[in-house]
Design a protein around this ligand. Structure first.
Ligand code: HEC
Ligand code: HEC
Length: 267
């Protein structure tokens, strides 16, 4: 038998061993309701997930994940989401052996205890009015489903990727941390007025930006007067004077409905 064949035979033999195949993942969490596992899962969750999902899993930068079962997800499906992450989003993969199967099940057992029944209050806001406001005030910079501007991030999936709180804070008050590719920058060329935009790429010698008219421009650093990272987002703040409380609720309600995922329309 050649080595290739021997290896092929070995792979086949291993694949036949049930505990090594993906299908063998239990459909139901083997630790559900187990108090010791829940306690361990709480520790694991706080250490690995809370930065993005919040200590109570109601979402900070990442989404609220207390309602995931209510939205029809299964234990095995959630296990896979955590194991492999969600490609092209900030949700990382938690790979073995750093995170064992047992740890993932424990964290899910903990999350299960937070799974409140669906809220009795109807969700606030009117998505239809929110969409109208979005088309009037936001679409110039944000794409949804292939339509809109490119200065800001594509929001086609924002409802699945951010908590309501995170969205409200961003719209009202802006943020200090910017998604890669959207950090605001001001370039003062050797002659002429400063140019504002968002930074797409930078190395020691050059910087590439998208200016506020969506033109991609490259600059050599030693040929310009200055390249300054500014702290104010390219997105204007929408204070209560520009967007009332109820309009804010409406826009956020609309954004919550955006859960599409088409990698082709993400930039
Ligand atoms: C660096 C930030 C970050 C960390 C750390 C993180 N997540 Fe996430 N997670 C996200 C984001 C952002 C999403 C939404 C991605 C998307 O769909 O656009 C997400 C999505 C999810 C989803 C899918 C929700 C759904 O509706 O399908 C689950 C479940 C989840 N995370 C669980 C976890 C668990 C458990 C951990 C810790 C082991 C964790 N996450 C750690 C950012 C993070
Ligand atoms: C002049 C362009 C511009 C307009 C108009 C604009 N935005 Fe933005 N927006 C941006 C940019 C650039 C960013 C990324 C930098 C940042 O996060 O501050 C952003 C970020 C965001 C984010 C955060 C995305 C994330 O991944 O967390 C949300 C939510 C958002 N905008 C919603 C809105 C809404 C709602 C409106 C209308 C009421 C709006 N934007 C109008 C440029 C704009």
């Amino acid at each position: 038998m050649t080595w290739n064949r021997a290896i092929a035979a070995l792979v086949l033999a291993l694949a036949a061993v049930p505990w090594l195949t993906a299908q063998d993942l239990p459909e139901k969490n083997p630790f559900e309701g187990d108090p010791v596992a829940i306690q361990a899962g709480m520790g694991g969750f706080r250490q690995r997930c809370a930065d993005c999902h919040g200590t109570d899993a109601h979402g900070v930068r990442g989404p609220d994940i207390t309602q995931i079962w209510a939205s029809g997800r299964t234990d095995a499906g959630l296990f896979r989401t955590i194991r492999t992450g969600i490609p092209e989003t900030e949700m990382p993969a938690f790979i073995a052996p750093r995170t064992s199967d047992r740890e993932i099940w424990q964290m899910l057992a903990y999350l299960r205890t937070l799974a409140a029944p669906a809220p009795t209050d109807p969700p606030r806001g009117n998505a239809e009015n929110g969409e109208r406001i979005f088309r009037a005030s936001c679409i110039g910079c944000h794409r949804v489903g292939g339509v809109g501007g490119r200065l800001g991030p594509n929001l086609s999936r924002i409802g699945a990727s951010r908590s309501v709180e995170a969205m409200k804070i961003r719209i009202r008050r802006g943020a200090e941390d910017f998604r890669p590719g959207f950090a605001p920058v001001t370039i003062t060329p050797a002659s002429g007025p400063p140019i504002q935009g968002v930074k797409k790429n930078e190395d020691l010698f050059s910087v590439q930006i998208m200016d506020t008219r969506e033109r991609i421009q490259g600059y050599e650093k030693d040929k310009v007067k200055s390249v300054v990272d500014v702290t104010r987002s390219a997105m204007p703040l929408f204070g209560p004077d520009r967007l009332s409380e109820s309009d804010l609720d409406d826009v956020v309600r609309y954004l919550q409905t955006l859960r599409g995922f088409d990698p082709a329309v993400r930039q």
